[in-house]
Design a protein around this ligand. Structure first.
Ligand code: ZN
Length: 99
């Protein structure tokens, strides 16, 4: 059985592999459009898995009990994942004093 970290890494790698596979098959397609589609699917899947159960007092689901709270959790996760990405900063980024 895989631990949680391995499952997360495997799912992330499979998503990147799928993007590369689509880009190989659809030579005319924009990789940015492919990325938008992957992100859309990932967000739909994430929201699907965060639907609260039917017990209004369930402590596990309490932080995800409203659509806005789920959106906040998603935005926080997206922020963390973006900032930890090797592609977060680019050598071509505008730097202060270089505008
Ligand atoms: Zn619950």
């Amino acid at each position: 059985m895989q631990d949680e970290e391995q499952v997360i890494d495997q799912a992330a790698q499979a998503t990147v592999d799928l993007g590369n596979q689509i880009a190989d098959q659809e030579q005319e397609a924009s990789v940015q459009d492919i990325a938008d589609g992957l992100l859309s699917g990932a967000i739909h899947y994430w929201l699907y898995t965060r639907q609260p159960c039917d017990d209004p007092r369930c402590p596990d689901c309490a932080p995800l009990r409203t659509a806005e709270w789920r959106l906040q959790a998603l935005q926080q996760l997206a922020d963390e994942l973006a900032r930890s990405s090797e592609y977060f900063e680019s050598p071509n980024d505008m730097t202060p004093g270089n505008a």
